[in-house]
Design a protein around this ligand. Structure first.
Ligand code: HEC
Length: 173
């Protein structure tokens, strides 16, 4: 009796795997980027990201001090490396062609920012990138100090002191 039961389980697994294989081979699973991610994909990617951040994002405070100079250094790095996908102080209206074509679309951070996130979370995302999205890992281009400097700017983007605000308004101009 057990033999029959296990044969049934095995057959079910093989049928499910075969359905998956033929769905992929048959083009039933879309590969285009000009679409909005569906709920299952969004849930799976979001849940995996959340769990990874819980396990790995540093909970330590930002080692880069909150000064005008450091904020301006963060803004410079942002202008060089990030504005192409995440926009300028103009937010949504500054979205580049690259940003408009990505799947999923990157948030334009002046409109849809990450000021609420702990700086360690932004640090982790910038250092390691986000799988299944266009968010690159920056660890081969930027050192930890530079990434913390970016995290400092992202945290204070909506309440910059005047000198930093002026630098921010100039990004992309
Ligand atoms: C090639 C495009 C691209 C570049 C360049 C890029 N990003 Fe991203 N980034 C993305 C995408 C796409 C996402 C959205 C991921 C998602 O939907 O979860 C993202 C997500 C993020 C997030 C999380 C946003 C949120 O709402 O949780 C942060 C923070 C971030 N990026 C910071 C940066 C910084 C800082 C830089 C520059 C060093 C940068 N990114 C460069 C594409 C990019």
């Amino acid at each position: 009796m057990f033999k029959g039961f296990f044969a049934g389980v095995l057959a079910t697994i093989i049928i499910i795997a075969a359905c998956g294989y033929f769905a992929l081979r048959g083009g039933v699973v879309p590969a285009n980027a000009d679409a909005t991610p569906g709920p299952l994909e969004t849930w799976a990617a979001g849940t995996s990201l959340h769990a990874t951040l819980n396990a790995e994002a540093p909970a330590t405070p930002n080692p880069v001090a909150l000064t005008d100079d450091n904020l301006i250094a963060g803004i410079d790095l942002y202008g060089k490396h990030c504005a192409i996908c995440h926009g300028t102080a103009k937010g949504e209206e500054s979205a580049s062609p690259v940003a408009k074509g990505l799947y999923p679309r990157p948030p334009q951070l002046a409109t849809d920012g990450v000021e609420d996130d702990p700086e360690g979370v932004s640090f982790w995302k910038v250092k390691h990138g986000i799988r299944w999205t266009g968010m690159p890992s920056w660890k081969s281009a930027l050192n930890d100090q530079q990434i913390w400097t970016l995290a400092l700017f992202l945290k204070h983007m909506d309440k910059l002191p005047p000198a930093a605000e002026q630098a921010w308004q100039h990004v992309g101009n």
